[in-house]
Every structure is written in structure tokens, then in C-alpha cells.
Ligand binder design. Sequence first.
Ligand code: KIV
Length: 284
Amino acid sequence: MSARVTAPAIASQKVRNGDDPLVMVTAYDAPTARIADEAGVDMILVGDSVAMVVLGYEDTLQVTVDDMAHHTAAVARAKPRPLIVGDLPWMSYHVSTEETIRNAATLVRAGAQAIKLEGGRKRLPMIETIVDAEIPVMGHLGLTPQSMHAMGGFKVQAKGQEAIDELLADAKSLEHAGCFSIVIEGIPREVADIVTAELNIPTIGIGAGPGCDGQVLVYHDLTGLEDRVFPKFVRKFGDVKNASLDAMTAYVDAVRDKSFPNDDESYHLKAEVAETLQGLYGGQ
Ligand code: KIV
């Protein structure tokens, strides 16, 4: 088994230095963590997207630190090689630095090797406190889903000069505060290229074009486990929904036509016990 990926190893990977682009995918349980590991991804994000793609909520604001710890622990039990990044949910790092560090520690104790949180300079005291406690922090800028109400929905960000300047200043501050990488989501690719060029830590893009140092997608989206309408940046690399539907339909049919379970799929008594039973109960 090869060595597990570490945050310092990720921090030093830049495409401009000739490194391969980093690959991150979300996972929320042990089987998907094992699949991500076997596929060779670098980082597993136990994202708060679990709220929408697994738990059926309409946004990410509904999950708690306990929910995130539950899913982080499930991923960690698979002992995957990729770095496990636990997502701090909304309101777990907004009230005080004390609450923030306690919540970050809960995710680390559940098995996260790094944590991610959303937001720019506003969140610097929280980021500095977590870094100071020796927990690697991944930033998240641009379209930050936990700010959906403040942003007026899931909208592409940093389209005008002022917003671009703000984003760049946020990114540089996060790097200066010690973040080992930054997710940049839902911004024009030209802006992502500038942010990536200006930073020494890697940028991980989602809806930010091909110029980032890495990419992240949600497991359920990229595998096609759902056939809802996706944003334009999602590419469906598989059709797991229809593969699952075919399997489930075949199971339903096999039970109803009595072809499942067959004799090979059943347990049997030893011949002498069966004979005695036959004598006692006949053809029942
Ligand atoms: O929760 C999540 O899945 C995320 C990624 C989309 C970056 O934050």
C-alpha cells in the first residue's frame, strides 16, 4: 500500500511547476471512499454537499457538525490513501474562534486530515486559529454555497473588476494565513487563471475552467447517480443511475417471477436431517 497523501504534499503541487493537476472528489461513506482511492484521486472531500446529494435537503445549510463527523468517520474507516478533507458546515465557524476550533477538532477526531471552510478575509481569525492548532485548512472562494441567500442564489461570482479585485485579495490573504490550497468555485475561467498564477498554493476549481491546479466534482454528479439538471461545469463520466435502475428492476422481476432466490442461493439441511423432516412433516 502506498503512503497516504498529506496536506504539505498537496500544498507544493502547482501545474506551472510541471506537476500533474490535482484531483479531488466528494465521498460521504466507506464504499465511495474505496472507489475514490482505487481510482487514484489525490483528495476526498467529505463535503457539506452531502446535505443535497445524500440527505435530500434543498441546500447545504441544513447539516450540522455531528452530521459531518458521522460521514467523515465513515470515509475514514475505509483508510483511503487520498487526503481526507472534512467540510465545516454553516454556522460552525461563524460565532467565535473557540467554537470554530472545537468544531474543527471534532472533524479531525472523526478522521479528517484537513478541514475546508468557505469565505475570504472575514474568516481570517477563524482560519488563523485552526492553522495555529496544527490543522491544515483548505479555503473556498467564489460561489460559496453557504452564502446562497446573501448571494441571491447559486450565481457565478467575480464578473466585474471590483469583485475580481476582492476575490484576489481574499485568495492572497488566505494563502498568507496558511491555507494549503483553495477551492475556487463558479467564477469565469479568466479570473481563475489569474488567481492561480498569483498564488503559490494550488487552486482547486469547480466551475472555474481548466487553468486551475486541480479540479473537484461531486461523486453523485460525475458518476451520473442522479439525472437531475446539472450546472454546465458538471461532466457526467458515467451512468450509475441507469446501471442501478437496471439492477433494481431485474431484482423486482426475479422476485415476482419466482426465479430469485434459486436452489443454489438457498441453504440446505444435511440429507439425513432432511429425510427425518420429510418423514415428520411430509411434503410441507
Ligand atoms: O460540499 C462540497 O461538495 C463542496 C465542493 C463542491 C467544493 O464544497
